[in-house]
Write a protein that binds this ligand. Structure first.
Ligand SMILES: N[C@@H](CCC(=O)N[C@@H](CS)C(=O)NCC(=O)O)C(=O)O
Length: 238
């Protein structure tokens, strides 16, 4: 192998602030495989910078002459290309089960978390991204970013009910993948790390088994996740 892989990674106004849930999955997957990575800060409107990938979203990974986009495709690429390194899926059935975790987190948890954190997230974006972000997200959610702050209490209760299967799983075992973290954990971690980095809102009660697992995940891989500061707050409070 020659040199680090490159990851186009979503950044806020502060280029050190990396908050994308899909990019966090990939960061942890790369760390799990023990692969060195150089991250390249990317903003929503920097479409030209990743035009070489043939689409406009991150994560995008470059591994020598290979370009891969979409976090699930990247995980599959890493597993296939680096089979001698620690497994992300734990075999064929683990791979299949992990796809369910991927879809559940992406299709159910991400929209719920977005509704909770968007008002705070909007404030940490680079100025050049704000009009684009407002337009696309307000169209997607059918409401204004500011109005989402008013729904927060209801959405928080819904989020806490929805994560019950994750809660009961983590009450019974240390990690989603079993006794040690793997890609299913990276996926769930990415969602909560997105919230942690963008919003001071406490999504989980302190005694929630998910919170204990999240603490272990923040410390995993040499504290990779904890190295990213949490949002400090003082922003929009409904
Ligand atoms: N299915 C894709 C989703 C990628 C995605 O939505 N990325 C967001 C950042 S988390 C993005 O780049 N959005 C750009 C935009 O909305 O224009 C994956 O898992 O990688």
């Amino acid at each position: 192998m020659s040199g680090p892989l490159h990851l186009y990674d979503l950044a806020g106004a502060d280029e050190a602030c990396r908050f994308s849930p899909n990019c966090w999955r990939t960061r942890l997957a790369l760390a799990h495989k023990g692969l060195a990575v150089e991250t390249i800060p990317w903003r929503f409107t920097d479409k030209e910078a990743i035009a070489f990938s043939g689409q406009g979203k991150v994560p995008v990974v470059r591994d020598r002459e290979t370009t891969v986009f979409d976090s699930w495709a990247i995980a599959e690429y890493l597993e296939k290309t680096y089979p001698e390194r620690p497994s992300l899926f734990g075999g064929e059935s683990g791979h299949a089960l992990c796809r369910f975790v991927n879809q559940w987190v992406s299709e159910i948890l991400h929209p719920l978390i977005a509704r909770l954190v968007l008002p705070d997230l909007f404030l940490i974006l680079h100025e050049k991204d704000r009009a684009y972000f407002r337009k696309t997200r307000e169209a997607a959610f059918g409401t204004t970013i500011e109005a989402l702050a008013d729904e927060r209490e209801r959405n928080l209760a819904l989020f806490r009910r929805t994560v019950q299967p994750l809660r009961s799983t983590l009450a019974a075992q240390a990690y989603v993948a079993g006794t040690a973290p793997a890609y299913a954990d990276h996926i769930a971690f990415g969602a909560l790390q997105w919230a942690r980095v963008t919003s001071p809102l406490a999504l989980l009660a302190a005694d929630d088994p998910i919170a204990a697992w999240f603490g272990r995940m923040l410390d995993a891989y040499g504290g990779l996740g904890r190295g990213m500061p949490a949002a400090t707050g003082g922003q929009i409070v409904p």
